[in-house]
Ligand binder design. Structure first.
Ligand SMILES: Nc1ncnc2c1ncn2[C@@H]1O[C@H](COP(=O)(O)OP(=O)(O)OP(=O)(O)O)[C@@H](O)[C@H]1O
Length: 974
């Protein structure tokens, strides 16, 4: 039943809609919707509101102009205008939303109400309504025959809305015309009545007015009783009645039409009811068909919905795409703006540059012009000058010509005189030939001597070194550290390194000559010199330990200058080995070579001086007792006897010990060196040798000392414990400086006891040891002042004469050795004399004219006075150092070899003769420069005191007894 009710409602709605469509089809010519159009189709037609407005305008022309000025482009506004007209008429309206998407029934009902309202003769209302609207042009009035009801209706509307067509036709006037007072109709003049009739005012008059006119006329005729109504009034009456009849007939026709429509609708309803009944009573098949159709419809609907959804999605997508596109466009716009800004800036820059260039070019052009002017001037000047010059030259040429003429004349004279000279010369030549043959004989002897000259020189050099050895100068070797990795950009303070031990330091903080300082040492090792090369230079010195000498090598220099590098080496590989390892290795090698003649025992001690305390680096005992330092006169040579003394047999033993020692060393970091030695480390190698043939013994001791850094406290930025350490280090190093100073000055008192370091070094500095100092230099220009003070110190050290080293040998051959030394010194004096003679000869060869005096005797013979000759022959070294010969080692290396020569030994003889007294002469000078004429002759017994800086005579220093080496605390290397 519900379905049927719903279907009925649908049919009803369809019907109502069809009615509207039908009505609109008749009203609007362009409206061509079929009667069975759906709600949606109708909505589609009406939705923009134009059709609604047309309808209203058609029914009530101009009515919309009164409502907000006519049509609008916006569909909602049109619909609203239509709705306002409908509302004004008091008809049911609808909402805009209904028209857009809701039910169409409200719209259909509204339109039908409008239709009914208009067609049921709401003409008055309409005319009243239309009367409110402003005037508009008069619509053309159809005058042809009978009019259709619609046309009439519209005409009525039109006429009602055109009040100014004639005075009578206006609503007000019409009322005035048809609202006569009783008795007035009869009084209306005929002209007026005919005018009223002719002007169709009756057509326009409302029906009520017409009926009032009829009643009025009838009332007047009744009142008059006589029944006499003027013809003209009757005429009017008849016309009015005709009009009323006409209207009634129109109404009747309209009603008939309505009836027809109703009948048609009735038929439709009936057929629909029948269809419904058929539907209701229909077979299952039909139902199914209907259901199927319904399903199809649903499917279609769902499809439509889907399409709609898809459309909506498309719409959303398109909107998004549009938004994206807009964003892109905006971005592009922004980019364009940025680009244009940049371009603008760039253009401005280019303009600025162009301007600058223009200015620059203008300046250059001006300069060029100026230069051109100057050049022109110069050319003019040069032209003038060249003219003057050519004049001068021509003058000079004339002078020269005359001079040449004179010269030619004088040449003639000379030729004549040369003839006579030639003759004289010939006589002289004869004389010279004799003389030259004599000189040739002399020269032959000279050539023989010259052949030996170099050999003699080398020997002399060797002897000079030996003299140095005898003097016992501390050798100073300077080594310059290379820049470390990462220090590439630094500039060096080392300006020059000479081959003969010169080193020039430049100090950029000082100007001119003061900015440079030259030092001279026994040797300077440049940055590239290898560990092996350094060692080869000191090897003979170290080997002398096996011959019973005490040797001390210590490294001095500021932190990070390479002391540990030189003494220990940077690593344990063989190339890296420093002096320590190489020295011990070398000692083992030689002792092996000499094993048939000598048997050696090697023992090692390793101590450090840390904060003025001596610590045993080879002890396992952490809480060590303080170690005492013995006086240097201890016969066993042990300076720190309580320190562990470990016997070693091979290099590997040494390596193990060094490792222990290095591990126990006190190191820390300073601002200058990441791992800085904070103590002085002393490695002492004790060597005892036994001559298996004659039973004599020797005892040598090698001190290898790595001093702590000598930098200033403030530069190392040390504080706390580090400051204390640094202060101790500085104090001990300054004590070392004082000792060196006292030694250099040959003071009676040498302050050894001021520090542990000087106490330990006492035997090396003041005793009979051979001492060598490595002065380490950091090339960095920032360390320039430290470098200079280090080198000054080293310079002072190099001036210290310790006296000749003494071998700690004991045996019956000491006397023999002393004799050997005496004869050696005799040889030296002889050799020096020979050299002197050769030099004199050489001078004489250079100037042959001076070779002979008038008496024809040789100047060579005259170059020495008798007293000088006596002096030379009788000159004696006097020291008779037995150690000198003992230096010669079995393998041919001797300590006194040229490696230790000081630069001056290699100077050319000529230079030396020019500079001052010869080496020989210097050799025989005492320290105050006086000739040592009273020296004993070589064959004389060896004196007890040495003439050259010896502190005590050999005799007094000779070992007095057998070695009394205190049995040390020996420790076996793990
Ligand atoms: N001749 C050299 N060749 C290459 N590198 C060197 C040389 N000398 C020193 N060095 C390097 O310089 C750095 C400092 O050297 P080293 O530690 O030996 O200085 P130091 O004077 O012993 O310092 P400290 O007083 O602080 O102990 C190390 O890295 C070392 O390897």
């Amino acid at each position: 039943m519900g379905t049927f009710g719903g279907q009925f409602e649908d049919f009803h709605a369809d019907d109502r809609r069809a009615e509207v469509i039908d009505w609109l089809g008749g009203l609007l010519p362009e409206f061509d919707l079929p009667l069975d159009s759906s709600d949606e189709e109708l909505r589609e037609y009406l939705i923009d509101g134009t059709a609604l407005c047309y309808t209203a305008d058609k029914l009530m022309p101009g009515v919309l102009e009164g409502v907000w000025g006519g049509y609008a482009s916006d569909h909602r506004s049109n619909v609203k205008k239509f709705l306002s007209v409908v509302a004004e008429m008091g008809l049911p309206g609808f909402s805009v939303k209904d028209l857009e998407e809701g039910s169409m029934s409200s719209i259909v009902e509204c339109l039908l109400a409008l239709r009914d309202n208009v067609s049921t003769g709401l003409g008055e209302n309409m005319s009243n309504y239309a009367a409110k609207t402003p005037s508009r042009p008069v619509a053309p009035v159809s005058t042809q025959g009978r009019r259709s009801p619609g046309e009439d209706r519209r005409r009525v509307l039109w006429d009602a809305k055109s009040p100014q067509r004639s005075p009578l036709l206006s609503g007000q006037k019409t009322n005035e015309v048809f609202q006569f007072k009783r008795g007035q109709y009869t009084d209306i003049p005929a002209a007026k009545i005919s005018e009223m009739i002719q002007s169709n005012s009756l057509d326009n008059a409302p029906t009520q007015s017409l009926l009032r006119v009829v009643n009025g006329i009838l009332d007047e005729s009744i009142e008059r009783k006589r029944g006499e109504i003027p013809h003209r009034v009757v005429y009017l009456l008849r016309n009015v009645v005709q009009e009323i009849e006409h209207r009634i007939s129109i109404q009747a026709e309209h009603i008939r039409n309505q009836n027809n429509i109703i009948k048609t609708r009735e038929d439709k309803y009936r057929s629909k009811i029948k269809a419904l009944e058929t539907l209701v009573n229909g077979t299952n098949e039909e139902n199914e068909m209907a259901i199927n159709r319904l399903e199809l419809v649903k499917v279609e609907k769902s499809k439509i919905d889907e399409r709609r959804k898809l459309g909506e999605q498309d719409m959303v997508r398109l909107i998004r795409e549009k938004e994206d596109a807009e964003n892109t466009v905006n971005n592009l716009r922004q980019e364009i703006q940025v680009m244009s800004k940049m371009f603008e800036e760039y253009r401005e820059q280019m303009e600025a540059k162009t301007n600058q260039m223009e200015e620059h070019l203008t300046l250059r052009a001006k300069e060029a012009e100026f230069l051109l002017m100057q050049s022109k001037k110069r050319i003019e000047e040069v032209e003038t000058a060249s003219e003057l010059q050519s004049q001068l030259w021509s003058k000079k040429a004339n002078t020269f010509r005359s001079f040449m003429d004179n010269q030619k004349l004088s040449i003639k004279d000379i030729r004549i005189s040369s003839q006579s000279i030639k003759q004289e010369m010939f006589a002289l030549q004869m004389k010279w030939r004799d003389e030259i043959s004599n000189i040739g004989l002399d020269l032959k002897g000279l050539v023989d001597a010259a052949e030996n000259y170099h050999g003699v020189l080398a020997e002399n050099q060797k002897l000079f070194n030996e003299v140095q050895e005898l003097k016992g100068n501390i050798r100073v070797y300077c080594r310059v550290r290379p820049f470390l990795p990462g220090q590439d950009g630094k500039s060096t303070a080392v300006d020059y390194i000479g081959e003969n031990g010169e080193i020039l330091i430049s100090n950029p903080s000082k100007q001119g000559k003061d900015g440079y300082r030259m030092f001279k040492f026994n040797k300077v090792f440049n940055t590239h010199v290898s560990q092996a090369e350094v060692f080869s230079d000191i090897q003979p010195l170290i080997r002398s330990v096996l011959d019973g000498f005490n040797v001390c090598i210590f490294a001095y220099g500021q932190t990070g200058s390479g002391k540990t590098y030189t003494m220990s080496g940077p690593g344990t590989s063989k190339e890296d080995w420093g002096v320590n390892y190489r020295a011990l290795n070398d000692l083992f090698d030689i002792s092996l070579k000499r094993r048939n003649t000598f048997s050696y025992e090697v023992e090692v001690q390793m101590v450090e001086i840390y904060n003025e305390q001596v610590r045993d680096l080879l002890s396992n005992d952490i809480a060590q007792k303080r170690l005492g330092i013995w006086s240097t006169s201890q016969p066993n040579g042990l300076v720190v006897p309580d320190a562990s003394l470990i016997p070693v047999k091979s290099t590997s033993d040494v390596l193990d010990l060094m490792e222990i020692g290095q591990a126990n060393r006190a190191v820390g970091s300073t601002a200058l060196n990441e791992r800085s030695s904070r103590s002085h480390s002393i490695l002492t190698v004790h060597v005892r040798g036994l001559d298996v043939k004659n039973g004599s013994t020797s005892r040598g001791c090698l001190h290898l000392i790595d001093l702590a850094g000598s930098e200033r406290v403030e530069r190392s930025e040390a504080t706390g414990d580090r400051l204390k350490e640094a202060q101790h280090i500085n104090k001990s190093l300054s004590a070392l400086g004082d000792v060196i100073f006292a030694l250099a000055q040959k003071n009676a008192h040498v302050p050894y006891r001021n520090s542990k370091l000087t106490q330990v070094l006492q035997s090396s500095l003041g005793g009979q040891a051979k001492t060598l100092m490595f002065v380490q230099v950091n090339p960095d220009v920032e360390s320039c002042s430290e470098t200079i003070s280090t080198l000054k110190f080293a310079e002072r050290v190099s001036g210290v004469e310790l006296g000749a080293a003494r071998s700690n040998k004991e045996g019956k051959d000491i006397k023999d050795l002393l004799e050997q030394v005496a004869s050696l010194k005799d040889t030296i004096s002889r050799k020096d004399m020979e050299i002197e003679q050769l030099q004199v000869l050489k001078c004489n060869v250079k100037s042959p004219s001076s070779l002979t005096d008038k008496s024809g005797s040789s100047l060579v013979k005259q170059s020495f006075t008798a007293s000088q000759q006596n002096q030379l022959i009788s000159g004696s070294i006097g020291s008779g150092e037995p150690e000198y010969e003992d230096n010669a080692s079995d393998d041919g290396c001797s300590v006194g070899e040229t490696e230790y020569s000081i630069g001056s030994a290699s100077e050319p003889a000529a230079d030396r003769t020019q500079k001052g007294p010869s080496r020989l002469t210097r050799f025989f000078l005492t320290k105050n420069g006086q000739p040592a004429a009273s020296r004993p002759k070589p064959k004389e017994p060896v004196p007890k005191t040495t003439p050259i800086g010896r502190r005590s005579s050999i005799a007094s220093q000779a070992p007095t007894g057998a070695f009394s080496i205190k049995p040390p605390k020996k420790r076996v290397v793990p």
